[in-house]
Every structure is written in C-alpha cells, then in structure tokens.
Design a protein around this ligand. Structure first.
Ligand SMILES: CC(C)(COP(=O)(O)OP(=O)(O)OC[C@H]1O[C@@H](n2cnc3c(N)ncnc32)[C@H](O)[C@@H]1OP(=O)(O)O)[C@@H](O)C(=O)NCCC(=O)NCCS
Length: 167
C-alpha cells in the first residue's frame, strides 16, 4: 500500500467532516449499536470531538485520502476515576483500509501524545467488539468495568515508556 502518514488534523471543514462520517459509518458496519444512530448522530459527535480535543485529533492519510482517525483528549474528567485522565474518544479506520497496520500507527501517535500529559488513559469499547479489545490489550489496556453495553478499559502510562510499543 502507498505510504501511510499520520498527522494532526489542521482544519475541520464540511468536506473533511463528510469524509470522517463516511469512515465512521463504514468502520462500524455490522456493529451498528456501537456507532450511534446514524449520520446525523455521527455529525454531531464528530463536531463535539473536534471542539473537545482539537489538539489530539489525528488522521491517517494514504496519499491524499483520509483512511482513519483517532481522537485523543488530554483533559478528560473521568467520573469513574474522580480525576482528569487522557481519553480516547474515537478510533476508527475505514473498512477498506482495515488490517494494514493503520490502526497501529494511529494508536502509537495517540499514546505518544497522551503520555506527555497523562499517566492514565481511559476508553470505552462495545462489549462484543472483541477484535478492538484484543487490539487495546496488546497496548496494555485492561478491562476495569462495564456500564450497559460498554466496557471501560484503562492503561497506566509510565513517563519513560512514551506510550509506544506493544506489550
Ligand atoms: C480497531 C481498528 C481501528 C483497528 O484498525 P486497523 O487499521 O484495522 O488495525 P491494524 O491493521 O493496525 O491492526 C489490526 C490488529 O487489530 C486486530 N483487530 C482489530 N479489530 C479487529 C476485528 N474487528 N476483527 C479482528 N481483528 C481485529 C487484528 O487482529 C490485528 O492484530 P495484530 O496486529 O496483532 O495482528 C479498526 O478495526 C476499526 O476501525 N474497527 C471499527 C471501529 C472500532 O471498533 N473502533 C474501536 C472502538 S472503541
């Protein structure tokens, strides 16, 4: 495959939003219950992500095409932890690009970024999304709880491990 570049999203215009929605809708195909109620939900949610975590909104590009993205928030108040932690609000790769290592590249960027600010990272994953859970476990996330259909996972970051590298 053409070279994959991971970079911070610089602007959030209509064209980009439409591409992100397409990736999101396609990425969650077959897992509708974890991908919201459709495109209008996706639009609201992705706008919220951009407003909340602009600095940690990373996209993977194959040539000029956005192939996936990860939204990393270095200032998330976790009511479960009772403190501010890093959070991964969204992580998705377009179905047509899945399984080529793009997810790993995005995750490494995210962990490098969050480990500069946070010593704990939290995320939520659908209880039947076993592939994603295995992926996260490979990076040292562990399951610590569940709320409805969502499983909470956390990872502790040591200042010296910079977040990259799988277990
Ligand atoms: C999770 C996701 C972002 C990974 O992106 P990707 O580009 O396919 O990931 P990579 O190619 O870098 O790595 C794939 C790895 O994840 C595992 N994996 C992830 N999701 C998987 C799935 N649904 N089924 C099987 N394996 C999966 C693979 O086994 C592989 O592991 P390995 O590297 O040890 O062989 C992508 O599968 C996706 O967008 N899924 C739908 C959205 C989603 O579930 N997001 C997470 C929500 S919390």
């Amino acid at each position: 495959m053409t070279e994959v570049k991971v970079e911070k999203l610089k602007e959030f215009n209509q064209e980009i939003l439409e591409r992100l929605i397409e990736i999101y809708m396609r990425g969650y195909e077959g897992m509708r219950e974890y991908g919201g109620e459709g495109e209008s939900y996706a639009k609201r949610y992705l706008r919220w992500c951009w407003g909340k975590a602009k600095d940690g909104f990373f996209v993977a590009k194959v040539g000029d095409e956005i192939a996936g993205f990860i939204v990393c928030d270095n200032d998330w108040y976790s009511k479960y932890e009772g403190r501010t932690v890093g959070a991964i609000h969204e992580f998705v790769v377009d179905k047509k690009f899945q399984g080529h290592g793009i997810g790993h590249k995005l995750m490494e960027k995210c962990l490098d970024y969050l480990s500069k600010y946070n010593n704990r990272i939290e995320l939520w994953v659908g209880e039947k999304n076993e592939g994603a859970m295995r992926f996260y476990e490979g990076y040292g996330f562990r399951k610590v709880g569940q709320s409805g259909i969502w499983v909470r996972m956390v990872k502790d970051v040591r200042k010296d491990d910079k977040g990259s590298g799988r277990d």
